[in-house]
Structures are given as C-alpha cells and as structure tokens.
Ligand binder design. Structure first.
Ligand SMILES: Cc1ncc(COP(=O)(O)O)c(C=O)c1O
Length: 424
C-alpha cells in the first residue's frame, strides 16, 4: 500500500494510473492522454521515454547494472563527470555523485563546511539561506529552506541557519520596481555578513527562480552582488541548480547568466532527462584542493549505495547529447517567445484575476489573487487533459522543451478557458 507524498491521507482522491509516457504525453490505463505541462516535477526536459535515452539505459544494462563507486569505477560515471566539467568550461573540476536534489545539496553543505575545517578554521559554523527557498525534504535540506507550513512541524529538529528575506522582483519586499531598485533586499544580508562573516561558511540559494515556493523570480544583479560580497568575506556560495540546470532559464546552467561564478553547483532533476534518479554536486578546484591531502581527516566521508549508478549515468550522457545535438537551448528560446506573448496577452485580459505574470527561459508563471480558486482552475485543466500543479497561489507552466506547437497552444487555450470560468 503506497503512502503517497504531499497528500492528505483521509478522503484521498485516487491518483490517475499512468501506464505509458510518450513525449509530452502521460497515458493512463484507459488510454487517455494527458499533456504534462510541468515535466513531471520539472524533470522530463526531452519529454517522456525519449528513445535515445531509453536505448542508452538498455544498452548499459546489457553490460553493467551497478557497482559501488568505492574501489571501483566505470566508464559512464567517468565520461559523464568529464562532460559536466567541460560544460562548465572547467569552472568546476570535480563531480560528486548522489541520487537526488536534496542529497546533492546536503553534500554541497558538508563540503563547504569541511573546506574551512580542513584549514583549521573552526569558527565557520553557519550557513545562510533565503526565506522563499526550497532545497529538498531531508533534514539538512529543510534546515536551509525557507520556514513554511510544510517544514514548521519539524522546526525543533532542524539545525539553525539564519534566514533572510528573499529577493522577489514581482512582490518586492521593499515595494521597489526594476527602475527604483538599489538591491535593498540585500541590506540585511550585507549587514549580517559584515558583522558575522567569521562564523559564516556558506550561503545556499536557488539562482534566479525559487521554484517550489511559487516560481519566485529575481534579477541577476542580486546574485552577482552576493557572490562579490561572499568572495570578499571568505564565504562559499552554493547555487542549487536542481531546477534551473539543463537549460530551464535559457542558459545551460543558471549561473551562466551572471558575471560572477559560485563555488559549488548542485544538479539533479533534468540531469537524466527525468528517467532515472541521479544527482551531481560540482565543486571548484579551489575547494577540492583543500581535500587533496594524505591526512584521513581531510577526506570527504559521504556516500550513497547507488552513487554513480551506471544506467543513470548512461541516461544522463544520452540526455546531454540530446541537449547539444538537438539544440534544446533553441527550443527553450522558442518557448520563451511564446510565453512572453502569453504574458502580454493575459496581462490585459485578466488583471482582475491574476497578478505578477512572469517569464524566465522556459518557465511561465502568474499568481491568482484568490487561492481558493486554484483547485477549480487545476481541475478544469485536468478535465481538458492538461496537467498543471499550482504552488500556493502560483500557477505555472514548465513543459518539456520538445513540446509540439499544437500541444503548447492547447495548454494555453485551456488555461485561458479556465481563467474565463473563474471570471464568470
Ligand atoms: C531547487 C530544488 N532543490 C532541491 C530539490 C529537491 O530535489 P529532490 O526532490 O530530488 O530531492 C528540489 C525539488 O523540487 C528543487 O526544486
């Protein structure tokens, strides 16, 4: 008996049983085809069951299912690590594998902490985070996520991490707009770092878009400023690119939109094109050098049983090939144009119903003024075989990059029909 995640157990609506995936379609046991407008928790960047990824997994399974990445290695893990490093133009030189985004972040936090320990800098004990951030559901990841309805019940068992008001360029905490903004949202953080930098080892953040807390978007300058500030004060910057990696913001990695580079990035979700669980934490050479030692106390003691699983690595390699060979970033660009047209369109028609229409790369989002209307909109879309999964008041689209024009148009017209229904 399955205990389904994020679900109120009593009176649970039976979930839809999916038996097949094909492109942007999820197909149920009755043959009904649903368009996956959110890429199954933002993973299926090439659509479901892409034949080249499936073939890569099958062919890997003909040779090697799994081997522990301790005392042993294998080609898919080696080639994939090389490929990821190459994609960052050697800004990051080491790849630490795990199986999911939460663990990729926990690994980053532990490495950042130990980086200073390995230099006998014991005072650095704090990691900072933003109030609207989400970094996963494990205890460590929750500790550095924004305090929320979902994490509140565990508050007493999380480790302490100072929280700062999130940047949010659509719901600015300082009532500024892009023209009047002087990065006021960073004032508290700056003050804290000035005063307490000796005890801070890191800050973790989701670059440009804080996904799970409602597709909260903010501008690049905020990140460039944070990186500069942290470099001056010997604080490591971790970018959680679990959502933003692999093209979602328009660049291969979100940090590539910036002038400055963080010290660690965390990848998962789209890494295998949404086929198998795999995550990677990418680390700069400067950090790695502090672990390059004969002293056992300087080693990094962290591992998961399925770390660097061969079929998962093969899937990731096939996915990266598709990103390049089929020019997925061009498709992200087309989606971006379509979403910007939709933004203009919706803005005029529905301003009594929605606000903060926003677009970043292949992400489209707005907020409904009334949270109570969310379920009606979601259910209407589902009745038209369009899967959306709003977050609080935020309704968003995040489809596979490969979605056909006609299915994208179907999603858009369904969304408008749903909004018309709410206007009645
Ligand atoms: C930015 C970000 N970080 C971390 C995670 C957690 O990843 P996982 O669910 O694979 O543990 C998520 C999941 O939604 C995410 O969006």
């Amino acid at each position: 008996m399955i205990w389904y995640p994020y679900a109120i157990q009593k009176n649970l609506i039976p979930p839809i049983k999916i038996i097949r995936g094909e492109g942007e379609y999820l197909i149920d046991e009755n043959g009904e085809k649903y368009i996956d407008a959110v890429s199954s928790w933002w993973t299926s960047i090439h659509g479901h069951n892409h034949p080249q990824i499936i073939e890569a997994i099958k062919s890997q399974l003909d040779h090697l299912d799994h081997v522990m990445l301790a005392g042993f290695t294998h080609t898919p893990a080696e080639v994939l690590a090389g490929k990821l490093v190459e994609l960052t133009e050697n800004k990051f030189t080491r790849v630490y594998y795990s199986d999911n985004g939460s663990c990729a972040n926990e690994i980053a936090i532990k490495i950042a902490h130990q980086f200073f320990k390995n230099q006998n800098l014991d005072s650095k004990v704090e990691i900072l985070h933003f109030s609207k951030s989400y970094h996963g559901d494990t205890i460590g990841a929750m500790s550095v996520g924004g305090d929320s309805y979902f994490t509140g019940v565990y508050r007493e068992i999380l480790f302490p991490s100072p929280e700062f008001i999130s940047p949010d360029c659509y719901e600015c905490p300082y009532q500024k707009n892009p023209k009047t903004c002087n990065l006021e949202c960073l004032e508290n953080l700056k003050e804290y770092i000035d005063k307490y930098h000796e005890k801070v080892f890191s800050i973790i953040l989701e670059p440009l878009v804080q996904g799970a807390n409602g597709m909260v978007m903010y501008k690049e300058e905020v990140l460039d400023e944070i990186i500069l500030l942290c470099k001056q004060k010997d604080i490591l910057v971790i970018f959680d690119e679990v959502f933003t990696g692999f093209g979602r913001t328009g660049k291969f990695f979100a940090y590539q939109n910036l002038k400055n580079t963080p010290d660690i990035i965390c990848l998962a979700k789209g890494l295998t094109g949404g086929t198998l669980p795999l995550a990677a934490t990418l680390i700069s050479d400067e950090i790695y050098q502090k672990f390059y030692s004969e002293d056992p106390i300087h080693a990094f003691y962290h591992g998961h049983t399925m770390t660097g699983n061969p079929p998962a690595c093969a899937a990731a390699l096939a996915s990266l090939n598709l990103m390049e060979n089929e020019n997925r970033l061009k498709e992200v660009e087309s989606l971006n144009l379509a979403f910007n047209r939709l933004k203009d369109d919706l803005g005029i028609q529905y301003n009594s119903l929605i606000k903060n229409i926003r677009v970043l790369g292949a992400i489209f989002a707005f907020d409904l003024l009334e949270e109570t209307q969310i379920d009606r909109l979601k259910n209407y879309c589902l009745s038209k075989k369009v899967v959306i999964r709003p977050l609080g008041t935020a309704v968003y689209l995040c489809p596979p990059y490969t979605i056909t024009e006609s299915n994208l148009n179907h999603i858009i017209s369904t969304l408008k029909e749903g909004l018309n229904l709410l206007l009645e």
